[in-house]
Design a protein. Structure first.
Lengths: 181, 109
């Protein structure tokens, strides 16, 4: 289904419920995994996902179509995740340029985490990145979003997004190759 | 590589997405019902507020009219407006001199 058709359903009071079910079916998993890689624990990701969809539902009438519908939903999910991390750390402002000191702690405390050696190595490398670098890398590498979309979602200049991604990718490739030697 | 390591060892409970979908829809329906209920309450409070304001206006109008009639009709300016008589400077001076003496000039509130 095209985004335009979906939007028409969502904006029609009689068909809004149907449209919303489709919206959940289309994006729920993708959005969940983006959130999960940001907040790490399953329970937290579940809370953020639900809050994201409630905000999407409330705000859909105000969606101005300045971006793709999916980008708009990703942006809400991203902002909700940042808000969650801020509340979690009890800080007024989350430092996106610093690394998450509790990365490993959160990961291993989650009962829905079971990684093999390569995944563990991946996590180790990711834990050494700043929150901003990690988010950009995950969105491009795992969620397969375009640079332009990532720039819109994170509100970061597209050239910065590209530069961060390529430098992180280079670092990860180097470390994974060293591991397999 | 991308597909294989997509989840990085992060798992979800069985049937999670199916259950999550229902939970989200349930929460949204609840929010919608609450929102409709809040709208009903807001209409209720707005009607009470409108009634209150209306009552205040209704009871204040006669008082305001009384205030208007309290304007000094002896004042030469007012009296000429009412009667249509011509007014002269001498008459005004005389009125105010007399009023100063009697301390009755009403400068308005």
């Amino acid at each position: 289904m095209k985004e335009g058709d979906l939007l028409q359903l969502l904006r029609n009071p009689d068909l809004k419920d149907k449209g919303f079910k489709l919206l959940i079916d289309l994006y729920q998993e993708k959005i969940y995994w983006m959130i999960r890689k940001m907040v790490l624990s399953h329970d937290s990701a579940n809370d953020v996902l639900q809050e994201t969809y409630i905000r999407v539902f409330k705000g859909i009438d105000n969606f101005k179509e300045k971006s793709k519908l999916s980008t708009w939903i990703y942006r809400i999910a991203y902002n909700e995740s940042i808000r969650f991390l801020k509340n979690e750390s009890k800080m007024k402002k989350i430092e996106l340029d610093s690394k998450d000191d509790n990365y490993s702690k959160k990961l291993f405390a989650d009962s829905f985490f079971d990684a093999d050696n390569l995944s563990l190595k991946f996590h180790q490398i990711l834990s050494e990145l700043s929150i901003r670098q990690r988010n950009i890398f995950n969105m491009k590498y795992f969620d397969e979003l375009k640079f332009e979309e990532i720039a819109k979602i994170t509100d970061i200049n597209i050239n910065t997004v590209k530069s961060v991604y390529y430098s992180v990718e280079k670092k990860i490739k180097k470390e994974i190759n060293e591991l397999s030697l | 590589m991308n597909y294989h390591y997509n989840k990085l060892g992060l798992k979800v409970p069985k049937d999670y997405f199916k259950r999550s979908r229902e939970e989200i829809l349930g929460k949204i329906n609840l929010k919608e019902k609450q929102s409709n209920k809040n709208h009903k309450y807001s209409y209720y409070y707005l009607s009470i507020a409108a009634l209150f304001i209306g009552t205040l206006i209704f009871y204040n109008f006669p008082l305001n009219n009384q205030n208007l009639t309290e304007i000094d009709s002896n004042s030469p300016i007012i009296s000429t407006l009412i009667s249509g008589e011509e007014i002269t400077d001498e008459y005004i001076i005389e009125f105010y001199s007399e009023s100063i003496v009697l301390n009755e000039i009403n400068f308005g509130k």
